[in-house]
Design a protein around this ligand. Structure first.
Ligand code: EPZ
Length: 418
């Protein structure tokens, strides 16, 4: 077990480079098995979720080799297994993408109920609804989701909730189906678009990704490809907030400014200065920032995956902020940890009321999930004195070298074995 020890109160200054998008990576790695061929995915983040997925595919007869830490070669010509067991998938929520990919290629899949981050119920009824509409029979028994079809036939699918996972999973199952599938009320996140582009580079025919209607014309087969993943919107936002929370001067490179609009708008409203280039945003903050209200929403709304990081920032802003979490019903579990650092926050259901305090002070805290962990790291950077953060396995699932990137800008963080 490891922990991070943060010596807070340092102003961050300098540059940071964003890695490839985790939530695109965890969709594309399973998607690669749709071709009986070799795919090479570049600009992958080197994080535990990617490594776990590569291990899972290896166990299924796929040959996954890291050509370097950010490039994975996936040879699925010898895939010999339709089943991903609990042992293989318990760590990764996104293992559900194996269902769509296996079903698409073999019309048969068995995948254990997904594990992953811990913030309440995470249903997959919309994924199952999509597979069923395409002609699969889906049953859940002994903790396994089993899907099987004689053939998959394109159809019109309306999602009852805007779901990233269901949108991507239905695309995976539909690319090799007969005829045309239409997904209505589809998610529009950058990683949905990137996954569609990846599949198109393999020979799929997907149009409309990035809007709420996606049209997939089934093709007979997909082939291997070389593909470079987009930058991670959430990692980029995390480092932008790191600049603001330390009243620093931080340039976040290798991001797509358009993907950051909802975050940039809130930071500007708080009084942060932003300078935007083609692929970077410079974040400067001098004085105490102002409170703002935020409601998390599907893209292009404010991302739920930056909600904890923003709570950390608002906890030292001037005035009272209200955050409404409208995507996940139980994503405020980390607030008790933030309070240990001196934050003044009350949670009522899906709403957190944050009264800004003048300063936070170091304490011992635990990450309760991936983004909560990132929020605690940011709060610790601003807190006076020493903060110890444990449960790093959550943070390592999704952030590549977080302490190295922050230390390069003047943070003082060390990782120690407990
Ligand atoms: C993805 O999860 C991300 N994970 C999450 O990021 C992110 O928080 C979430 O999208 C929302 O942006 C990955 O991409 C691997 P959803 P996903 O299906 O796809 C409800 C991170 O920190 N819903 O878009 O599982 C659900 O309860 C992770 O990187 C149903 O009701 O999320 C939620 O309220 C955490 N039925 C809402 O939809 C379903 O079948 C959005 O969920 C599916 C979802």
């Amino acid at each position: 077990m490891e922990e991070l020890i943060v010596n807070g109160g340092k102003r961050l200054e300098g540059e940071v480079f964003v890695s490839g998008a985790k939530n695109a990576a965890v969709a594309m790695i399973p998607a690669a098995i749709l071709a009986n061929d070799v795919c090479v995915i570049e600009n992958l983040p080197y994080i535990d979720d990617v490594i776990s997925l590569a291990d899972t595919l290896n166990e299924m007869g796929v040959k996954c080799d890291f050509l370097d830490p950010h490039t994975l070669r996936i040879d699925s010509r010898n895939l010999n297994n339709f089943c991903a067991t609990y042992e293989a998938v318990k760590k990764i929520r996104a293992s559900y993408y194996l269902l769509g990919a296996l079903l698409g290629r073999y019309k048969q899949a068995e995948v254990a109920f997904p594990g992953g981050c811990n913030f309440g119920t995470r249903p997959i009824d919309q994924h199952i609804k999509g597979f069923t509409a395409l002609g699969a029979e889906v049953v859940v028994e002994h903790g396994m989701i089993k899907a099987r079809a004689d053939k998959l036939v394109g159809t019109q699918i309306y999602l009852d909730v805007v779901s990233v996972g269901a949108t991507i999973n239905i695309m995976l199952a539909a690319v090799l189906a007969e005829g045309t599938t239409t997904i209505e009320n589809a998610a529009k996140e950058p990683h949905v678009v990137d996954t569609a582009n990846f599949l198109n580079s393999m020979g799929a025919n997907i149009k409309g990704a990035g809007t709420d209607v996606i049209r997939i014309v089934g093709v007979k087969k997909l082939s291997g490809t070389n593909y470079m993943i987009i930058p991670d919107q959430i990692e980029a936002g995390t480092y932008m907030i790191a600049g603001a929370i330390t009243r620093g001067d931080v340039t976040v490179h290798n991001l797509i400014p358009k993907h950051m609009e909802s975050v940039s708008a809130k930071l500007l409203e708080m009084g942060v200065e932003l300078e935007e280039g083609d692929d970077y945003i410079r974040v400067k903050a001098k004085d105490r920032l102002k409170a703002v209200n935020i409601k998390t929403l599907p893209y292009p709304g404010f991302p739920t995956d930056l909600q904890p990081q923003m709570s950390a920032l608002l906890s030292i802003a001037e005035g009272t902020s209200i955050i409404t979490e409208s995507v996940w019903e139980n994503r405020f579990q980390y607030i008790d940890e933030l309070k240990r650092l001196g934050a003044d926050i009350k949670v009522e259901g899906r709403v957190a009321v944050i009264k800004g305090v003048k300063k936070l002070s170091g304490a011992q805290v635990s990450a309760t999930d991936l983004r909560a962990g990132a929020g605690l790291v940011l709060a610790a950077l601003a807190a006076e004195g020493k903060t110890t953060i444990n449960n790093l396995q959550y943070i390592d699932r999704g952030y590549e070298a977080i302490e190295k990137k922050l230390n390069a800008m003047g943070a003082e963080i060390i990782r120690v074995k407990k």
